[in-house]
Design a protein around this ligand. Structure first.
Ligand code: NAD
Length: 433
């Protein structure tokens, strides 16, 4: 099939490249000429293991066509995906749909006569497909241009975008149009996962429900961690104990400084705003968001208790992205944390194996950037290990102790053996233990 993807980021580029790998011809559109020229050479603007090779081989065969022009692919395509950003609106946290609507307008102007499926791939609140449909009806070039708007949300994880796109758990197709459903099913025929065909509204809700539930698991275990800290229990033992209940499971428990990253915080906020909009003022997601936002302040307070005033104190922070294995710093909790420490006058040294350059664009000259963890550690009064990175797990603790001014570690993600660190003479503040 011929397909166009609007927005060549984590979702659009990965999805487009995998569809090209399945034999479809795919145009990926983004506005930024330099990034498109790079894509043509197989240089991708994000860090995603395995993706450059897939992009390169499909660009070479001409099945993946990076372009800045809607006019190139849209008029030839049977399916057009909209995979642009949906950040949070600064006013009330609702999803900002400016990019989606702008893309819909441009798509409308280039749709061919005949039938095209327009797919909302971006995470958008229920009701958005109808709004996209209205925009396309307003801007399309005449009555012979026919289309249907389908919702097919994306569930990939950053850092594992290719793996998740090649082997998704499911593909959701929300459609009110039988011909559109047929085209979508045919387009995805090489995927081995279940295709979940629903109404458009249900598909839109599925995406928010999935992200809100995953956020809730993190928010839930953070609360239990608070209790463990107060009662002298160990949250990791609690996870082991509850996880063996098959209704609960041992997977996906991450007590720490709260959920972060590009999607969870903004999607929970958007869901909370949507609940309020539809008259459900008293809802779980407002509380979840508030509790999550309070996590950073909690650790700042713990650090102040451990060190006294933070003014002039040298603090090392390892890990700046939301999680290991990505260079994306959007929604990074570590950056909020560093900014909060800076406000209190601390001197911060940082290191992240992948996200350092992106973090530099935000933190600029307010912190010292180091080339490895030991450079960060040298001379610090406290070391905060933010994420469960393999490099951080393997630190040589004798060396760490020698380099630090005071052997004080904040093990935010509980990656170290507490008893062992304490035997080495470290004071350790972990999460929920
Ligand atoms: P991204 O910022 O990496 O990519 C979006 C791209 O769209 C950018 O390259 C931007 O330049 C481009 N763009 C914006 N407006 C455009 C326009 N009018 N025409 C052409 N290009 C345009 O974003 P992403 O992480 O890929 O997320 C895209 C959507 O998918 C969001 O709604 C997000 O919530 C959702 N999502 C993201 C992830 C994730 O892990 N990143 C996972 C699932 C769903």
């Amino acid at each position: 099939m011929k397909v166009t993807v609007i927005g060549a980021g984590y979702v659009g580029l990965t999805g487009g490249a995998v569809l090209a790998d399945h034999g479809h011809t795919v145009w990926v559109v983004r506005r930024d000429r330099e990034k498109i020229e790079n894509l043509k050479k197989g240089i991708i603007p994000i860090y995603e293991p395995g993706l450059p090779a897939v992009v390169r081989r499909n660009v070479k065969t001409g099945r993946l066509i990076p372009t800045t022009a809607y006019a190139e692919g849209v008029p030839q395509s049977e399916v057009v995906f909209i995979a642009v950003g949906t950040p949070q609106n600064e006013k009330d946290g609702a999803a900002d749909l400016t990019q989606v609507f702008a893309a819909a307008r441009e798509v409308a102007k280039h749709l061919r006569e005949g039938f095209t499926v327009v797919v909302d791939k971006s995470t958008v609140p229920p009701g958005t497909a109808e709004r996209v449909e209205k925009i396309i009806n307003k801007y399309k070039r005449g009555p012979r241009v026919k289309f249907a708007v389908v919702s097919s949300p994306e569930f990939l994880r950053e850092g594992k975008a290719l793996e998740d796109t090649v082997h998704p758990d499911r593909i959701v197709i929300g459609s009110a149009s039988p011909p559109a459903t047929k085209i979508m099913v045919a387009l995805h025929k090489k995927f081995k996962c279940p295709l979940v065909v629903t109404s458009v509204r249900s598909a839109e809700v599925i995406k928010y429900a999935a992200n809100a539930y995953l956020s809730l698991r993190i928010g839930f275990i953070d609360q239990i961690a608070n209790l463990c800290e107060k009662m002298g229990a160990d949250v990791m033992d609690v996870i082991g104990g509850i996880g063996l209940d098959r209704r609960i499971g041992t997977h996906y428990w991450f007590p720490g400084m709260g959920y972060g990253g590009y999607c969870f915080p903004k999607d929970v906020k958007a869901l909370a705003a949507l609940f309020v909009k539809v008259g459900e003022k008293d809802n779980l997601f407002i509380k979840l968001d508030r509790l999550n936002e309070a996590r950073v302040a909690r650790y700042v307070t713990r650090l102040r208790k451990a060190l006294g005033s933070l003014r002039g104190k040298r603090i090392g922070v390892l890990g700046l992205a939301a999680k290991p294995g990505t260079d994306d710093i959007r929604g990074s909790v570590a950056l909020h944390f560093v900014k909060a420490l800076k406000k209190l006058g601390a001197k911060i040294k940082v290191y992240d194996p992948l996200a350092q350059e992106n973090a530099r664009l935000v933190l600029q000259k307010t912190v010292t950037y180091c080339r490895n963890p030991y450079q960060v550690i040298k001379g610090t009064a406290a070391l905060v290990v933010m994420v469960e990175d393999e490099e951080f797990k393997k630190l040589k603790m004798e060396k760490v102790k020698k380099l630090m001014k005071k052997p004080l570690i904040f093990d935010v993600k509980n990656i170290y053996n507490l008893a062992r660190l304490r035997r080495f003479g470290f004071t350790v503040h972990a999460t929920g233990r």
